[in-house]
Design a protein around this ligand. Structure first.
Ligand code: HEM
Length: 146
């Protein structure tokens, strides 16, 4: 019973967190890239990031804790290792690395053209992160069923 509860928490937190990443990548970034003014773009991005950042942090913590409990119940396999590696990358991004990258990227732009370039880089980066997330989901399904 407690295994099912932990698995439910694991999956729900992952749905909210990776669903959010998918939404930002596939909806918010294209909206931002259609805007003309640098200021508009930065405000829209910061507004989304500020709200979703908190939710994502909480979900990453819940996914990690429930994952630990699942290891305690079911043991560890190579699929679980892959989830842990990708989870660690996310945790590093959310709890520090992302701020460092953004600071560097936003240190330079001075006109609307530069801002568009920065957001193009950020969108590509989010596609990579989303791809990795999907890989972690595949690893989870594999770990659970083979
Ligand atoms: C990127 C983050 C993660 C994703 C997307 C993810 C995804 C999943 C998914 C989809 C399952 C499916 C289980 C099923 O089909 O029954 C699962 C199971 C599991 N996850 Fe994760 N997970 C992540 C992070 C973690 C972490 C950090 C840990 C360990 C600390 C972990 C440990 C486990 C374990 C032990 C199972 C159960 C495997 C089994 O039933 O044998 N996961 N995960």
């Amino acid at each position: 019973m407690s295994y099912i509860i932990a698995l439910t928490i694991h999956i729900i937190s992952i749905v909210i967190w990776i669903g959010g990443v998918a939404f930002v990548t596939m909806v918010t970034f294209p909206m931002i890239l259609r805007m003309d003014k640098s200021l508009e773009m930065v405000l829209m991005f910061q507004g989304t990031e500020h709200r979703f950042g908190k939710i994502a942090k909480l979900m990453v913590i819940l996914a990690g804790l429930s994952g630990l409990y699942l290891i305690y119940e079911k043991g560890i396999s190579s699929g679980v290792w892959l989830m842990i590696v990708i989870w660690s990358f996310y945790a590093a991004l959310l709890f520090g690395l992302e701020k460092m990258i953004f600071k560097r990227l936003f240190a330079r732009p001075s006109n609307d053209m530069d801002t568009k370039k920065v957001f193009n880089i950020l969108q590509t980066f989010h596609w990579v992160v989303l791809g990795l997330s999907l890989l972690a989901i595949i690893a989870g399904i594999y770990a659970g069923h083979y």
